[in-house]
Write a protein that binds this ligand. Structure first.
Ligand code: DGY
Length: 324
């Protein structure tokens, strides 16, 4: 009998078109994202799924799908998936490392510069006619914070953190970092998390969301950040306590923030960060260039094709399933 694969969204790229030559493919065409209940129903008779980071594949779902043979996510992060539940069943999980590194590092710098130089605030000021209404321009008009010569602290020094470090060096920044396992990266000084928090004028988060990183930047760590610092988060919302961050920003203890990821996405309108003028907000677009998204989709499709052929996935998040 022909294998069945469900794709939870139309995907860009070329490789996805090869899937239909290997199996029966069903693609969710919307409108919008597939609801969780729909995912369970659609997957009931499927051998595999190609999904997005918006699809929650938890233990309950995995256990309800005895025929599931592989999962391929068009994302590098796999915190939306119960990896242990898949591994226990020997189900490989594909993901998309590598291709989004430079694009995400660009997003970090876009947010960092925008937060430092108050670009969103200034844009709103011009767009809403305030500039003309107030007929104002003065030496302290929209003054911001210098990036050149400042200290950038990286919380996590994986590939994206290193790509951000390279950009920071070109801006004349001093770069320090904390990483769970020591690693030597040219031009980056490894320090304790506490000293990175205390010394960084700009702090950027580059960790995967896992039980040990959930809430890592909690109230006391946010309080330990250098006064007047700027926090950038393009990793995962759950790593930062949003309420504590909002309080530090509204009290003026922190200067600004650039936030691309939220504990709950899409972000609820009553999230306290949304009402603060000194926060630059974007809707989880760290890897959002057409070229990078097509490359991610190609890798996700290639992972699915390998699984259908009974071969190891080229990019597997739980390669231990192949050691059995
Ligand atoms: C990922 O792939 O995990 C990223 O968050 C997408 O930008």
């Amino acid at each position: 009998m022909e294998k069945k694969v469900f794709v939870t969204h139309e995907l860009p790229g070329e490789v996805i078109h090869q899937l239909s030559g290997l199996c029966d493919v069903n693609v969710w065409l919307g409108p919008g994202l597939l609801p969780a209940s729909g995912l369970r129903e659609e997957l009931s008779d499927c051998d595999g799924v190609v999904c997005l980071l918006t699809d929650r594949i938890d233990r309950e779902l995995v256990e309800a799908l005895p025929g599931l043979r592989f999962v391929s996510s068009m994302s590098v992060g796999v915190d939306h998936i119960d990896v242990q539940a898949l591994t226990a069943r020997g189900i490989p999980l594909g993901h998309t490392p590598g291709v989004l590194v430079e694009t995400t590092a660009d997003t970090v710098f876009a947010l960092l510069l925008a937060a430092a130089r108050r670009v969103s605030e200034a844009d709103r000021f011009v767009r809403q006619g305030e500039w003309r209404r107030e007929n104002r321009w003065s030496p302290d008009f929209f003054t911001g914070k210098d990036v050149g010569g400042a200290t950038l602290g990286l919380v996590g020094l994986g590939e994206i953190g290193q790509a951000v470090a390279r950009r920071a060096q070109a801006f004349g920044m001093r770069v320090i970092a904390w990483n769970r396992t020591p690693k030597a990266v040219p031009g980056v000084r490894l320090q304790s998390l506490e000293s990175v928090l205390a010394e960084s004028d700009f702090l950027s988060v580059h960790l995967a969301l896992a039980p040990e990183t959930q809430g890592l930047l909690n109230t006391s760590r946010i309080a330990a950040m250098k006064p007047g610092a700027v926090l950038i988060n393009t990793a995962r919302g759950g790593i930062v306590d949003e309420q504590a961050l909002a309080e530090a920003l509204s009290s003026g203890r922190l200067y600004a923030a650039g936030i691309d990821v939220f504990a709950e996405e899409p972000v609820p309108v009553d999230n306290p960060l949304l009402s603060l003028p000194n926060v630059v907000l974007t809707p989880h677009i760290g890897s959002a260039t057409a070229r990078t998204r097509a490359r991610m989709a190609d890798i996700a499709a290639a992972n699915a094709i390998a699984a259908l052929r009974g071969e190891p996935m080229p990019h597997c998040a739980n390669p231990e399933v192949y050691a059995r």
